[in-house]
Design a protein. Structure first.
Length: 553
């Protein structure tokens, strides 16, 4: 890799290693809040932090920023660990929590009070907001800013002891209410929250804010390069101020652009709203951009990592196309997913010149892109299912599939010709009577004649009845965040549930999470849910980008 190809974070670390700034150490961390499931945007930060550490032979911690007991749950802690491990990363013995350092943070807060660099404030959160000022106007000092060190120590001790109610008092840093950076205008360090914490139970009723905890966690853990998304750039002066005032070890915060995808929302608040208001079935709904949802849909960790490598690392935010992520997914699945036959909208075919008692075993290729995948056996007999849209009674000129009097190939099997169409009372075809040519076994005619279509099919004998979820993009517009109400941008066709689908017998007991290609239809993943003991498959992605045409329109 040339110097020009190296991203700006790599170049910073290279310079630090040359100067000996951190004794040639590289130690990063991924610091999620356990208040929801991780989404695809977090995957960028995960890959960046672990890959940077790995490139330099360093370390990366998985650290939970669990400073808000009201929003955090053990369920999210476990889900996040599952997601990071599934992506292929190992934090080894470095599983950390902000709550591990509550005692140290509290002691350091007392140090700031003793230095005269923080004070206890009686203003409410609304009053603090109202006196903060604007980008063009300075804020106003709190009337409690001049309290003595002794009074502040006493009040902070009483806050810690639980003497006051939620929101009654805060501990604020004493910086500058006229500072051009609003984050530096006497920010809150501790707030009173009477709530049980998922790890410390009821030991604490004062909890650190993110800005106070962030730098201290990095310092305590010996992090060298604190890689943050770009919205924390304006918080860096506060990060530095705290560490410098305390005189503790000082990591370097570096900001990078977030990942944005079209047809997607990345706000955890909005994702939580989708879950809480039951617009989706949960955090792992396969339409969600959460890692758990994408995993359930059949995405592969390799495809996500490949996509993140293409996204790269930059300073400026940009919007990536979801179609590009789907491209990498197709590329990976094409190499590794085994092929199977499934009929989603069955139409019965009876081969009238095939014995009603006979069946035979044919050989099907598992993956033409992977010779090691081998072959499997499939059964063939008199009665089959094909797709309804593979037949037309009065076809247009460019329709080459099955029609009355027309011959087509059945995949891995024989040529068949449609001789008769049986219909229901509404005139819809319900059964086709066809004949087959026994000389065309394997799909080739010895006389060299050609057909223009090859159809997939399933033998009725032993066919597995299943439910199939046809998932599509959750939002119908490229930028749902730009709408007045993002919920109004939801795609009403994001889920189509098909019952009575017929699958080949080998799909009866596919383990949940296994993604296969339904030939000619797309990639589908076996779901962990079942209905009446029948398999459920989620469509992962079609074989081609059906949205490309829509986008051009």
């Amino acid at each position: 890799m040339t110097e020009k190809q190296r991203n700006f974070i790599q170049r910073i670390i290279d310079e630090d290693n040359i100067s000996g700034k951190f004794d040639q150490r590289v130690h990063t961390r991924f610091p999620p809040e356990p208040n929801g499931h991780l989404h695809i945007g977090h995957a960028k930060a995960i890959c960046l932090n672990f890959n940077i550490a790995g490139e330099y032979g360093g370390k990366c911690n998985l650290r939970f920023d669990d400073t808000n007991p009201v929003a955090e749950e053990e369920e999210y802690v476990n889900a996040i660990q599952d997601d990071v491990a599934w992506l292929g990363y190992d934090w080894e013995d470095r599983l950390c929590f902000a709550s591990d350092y509550f005692e140290q943070m509290h002691a350091l807060a007392i140090q700031l009070v003793e230095q005269g660099d923080s004070f206890v404030c009686d203003l409410t959160s609304d009053e603090i907001r109202a006196t903060k000022g604007t980008l063009t106007e300075p804020g106003k000092n709190s009337p409690y800013r001049k309290r003595s060190v002794a009074d502040n120590l006493d009040l902070f001790a009483r806050m810690t002891a639980g003497e006051f109610s939620n929101g009654e008092r805060t501990l604020r840093a004493k910086i500058d209410m006229a500072h051009p950076n609003l984050n530096m205008r006497d920010p809150v360090m501790y707030r009173i929250i009477h709530a049980s914490h998922h790890r410390t139970s009821d030991k604490w009723c004062v909890y650190p804010t993110y800005d106070w905890a962030h730098g201290l966690e990095d310092s305590i853990e010996g992090v060298t390069h604190s890689l943050c998304s770009i919205e924390f750039e304006d918080h860096r002066p506060l990060y530095d101020w705290y560490l410098e005032k305390l005189g503790v070890y000082h990591p370097q915060q570096i900001e990078f652009a977030r990942l944005n995808l079209d047809f997607t929302v990345m706000s955890k608040r909005k994702l939580k709203q989708l879950v809480d208001e039951e617009h989706v079935t949960g955090w792992d709904d396969p339409r969600m951009p959460t890692i758990s949802g994408m995993r359930r849909r059949g995405y592969t960790a390799a495809a996500i990592r490949k996509f993140m490598a293409e996204v790269g690392v930059a300073k400026r935010d940009n919007v990536m196309e979801l179609a590009k992520l789907e491209y990498h997914l197709r590329q990976d699945l094409n190499k590794h997913a085994e092929r199977r036959m499934a009929v989603l909208h069955p139409l019965k075919v009876v081969i009238t010149n095939y014995s009603a008692e006979a069946t035979e075993t044919l050989t099907a290729v598992n993956n033409p892109e992977d010779a090691a995948a081998g072959v499997r056996e499939i059964s063939f007999g008199r009665e089959l299912y094909i797709e309804q849209n593979d037949f037309m009674e009065d076809p247009p000129k460019k329709f080459f599939r099955l029609a009355p009097g027309r011959e087509v190939r059945l995949r891995y099997a024989y040529f068949i010709t449609c001789e008769k169409v049986l219909k229901d009372d509404q005139g819809n075809p319900v059964e086709l009577h066809c004949t087959y040519d026994p000389e065309t076994k394997g799909g080739n005619a010895p006389d060299g004649r050609k057909v223009k279509a090859t159809l997939h099919w399933v033998h009725t004998q032993g066919a597995v009845q299943a439910k199939v979820h046809l998932y599509d993009r959750l939002f119908a517009v490229p930028d749902p965040d730009s709408t007045d109400n993002f919920l109004e941008a939801m795609n009403p066709l994001s889920l189509d549930i098909l019952s009575g689908c017929m699958l080949e017998r080998s799909l009866a007991d596919v383990p949940a999470g296994t993604t296969v290609q339904f030939e000619r239809l797309g990639y589908f993943c076996a779901d962990s849910d079942t209905t009446n003991d029948s398999p459920v498959f989620n469509r992962t992605v079609p074989l081609r980008d059906s949205w490309a045409r829509i986008g051009k329109k």
